[in-house]
Design a protein around this ligand. Structure first.
Ligand SMILES: *Cc1c(COP(=O)(O)O)cnc(C)c1O
Length: 358
């Protein structure tokens, strides 16, 4: 590919075996993609190189002021050996949205997609074939200038890491308990909630840690001003099924615009479901529960695809949703979307992109 140099490793690692427990994001492939930006020069020197440590000045701006953005996507291996990506342009368009918010230079979406394809095909033997497993892809950009002054950097590094990852739910889709976070907030309007940036995660870890201690898997964030409206969950957007209608918080600048969220909305609508994006008060959810009209809650995100919520705790109120079982809308959306992503069914919407063959 023009503008991309490839330097192959001389020490390829052993690939994970079929059936091996992979977990998430702890094993990395032989290669990574790297490209630099310098003021006056633009993005330059895109190359695929052996995976390994990078060297930064201890004064590198990202280490002090967290000027960083990232993406999360997957490469899938179809049963017939096709290698597939899911709506990859969407990820790089969103990376540019995040970049703009963090004063990071814009990137060429076409180049990012094409160079990613080269990297994935070079690493194709790393794409696991176990059910639900995939090659997780982590594009990221960091500000990298050796300077302690608070200002956007003049230099950046773009990298893409590849990590073979197991099925999110090893024993099948399982409803999780979550609680409504009332002390901490994740984002406010005007902040960085809509950008995929590490700082959002740094500020959410305290709540996440407490949730784990209490036996919950995640927290449901409320808006940071009135503590009244539902936002999102961890690294997932949230959906409610109330009176047969699927409702999800509107994109108000405080939540991440999930590509899974967008795909589920488009897919359910085209299949005749009523799907509404609007403000949702947590009180409305509790009222619907009391009236017996709340039939399902589920989260959406690349990692889990769909994560049904079996219990929602708000203060002293414990809402057990659908008997802690997977509801029909969650099950339908999960099957249909994963069938498209793993190339098991025709894809009339053109979301699945074939990039090569094993
Ligand atoms: C990545 C992410 C999501 C999910 O986005 P997808 O594109 O569906 O993977 C949701 N919320 C947050 C905070 C995220 O970082």
């Amino acid at each position: 590919m023009k503008g991309l140099t490839i330097i192959k490793t001389e020490h390829p690692k052993a690939k994970p075996q079929k059936g091996e427990k992979l977990g998430f994001g702890s094993v990395f492939t032989d290669h990574m993609l790297i490209m630099e930006y310098d003021k006056g020069q633009g993005w330059h020197d895109a190359r695929i190189v052996p995976f390994g440590p990078i060297s930064l000045s201890p004064a590198s701006t990202v280490l002090h002021y967290a000027q960083e953005t990232f993406e999360g996507m997957k490469a899938y291996r179809a049963e017939d050996g096709r290698v597939l990506l899911f709506r990859p342009e969407e990820n790089f368009k969103r990376l540019n949205v995040s970049n703009e918010r963090l004063c990071i230079p814009q990137m060429d979406v076409g180049f990012c997609v094409e160079s990613l394809k080269e990297l994935v095909m070079l690493e194709k033997d790393w794409i696991p074939s176990d059910p639900g497993a995939s090659l997780y892809l982590r594009p990221m950009v960091i500000g990298n200038e050796s300077r302690l002054g608070v200002k956007e950097a003049d230099s950046y590094i773009y990298m893409v890491l590849c990590s073979p990852s197991g099925a999110y739910y090893e024993s099948g889709l399982k409803p999780v308990p979550i609680y409504v976070e009332e002390e901490y907030v994740r984002a406010v309007r005007g902040g960085t909630g809509f950008a995929k940036t590490g700082g959002n995660y740094a500020s959410s870890m305290r709540a996440q840690e407490i949730a784990h201690e209490k036996g919950y898997s995640q927290v449901l964030w409320l808006d940071g001003v009135e503590r009244k409206y539902v936002g999102e969950v961890g690294a997932m957007n949230i959906f409610f099924v109330i009176d047969g209608e699927v409702v999800t918080p509107e994109l108000d600048g405080t939540i991440l615009s999930g590509i899974t969220r967008k795909s589920i909305i488009e897919m359910l609508r085209s299949d005749g479901y009523k799907v509404t994006e609007r403000k949702i008060e947590i009180r409305e959810v509790a009222d619907a529960y009391d009236r017996g009209h709340l039939s399902e809650i589920f989260g959406t995100g690349t990692a889990a695809v769909i994560s049904p919520v079996g219990e929602l705790k708000w203060g002293d109120k414990v809402m057990v949703v659908n008997n802690r079982e997977i509801g029909p809308v969650s099950a339908y959306a999960y099957k249909k979307l994963t069938d498209i992503q793993w190339g098991r069914v025709p894809d009339p919407l053109g979301w699945s992109v074939e990039i090569g063959h094993m």
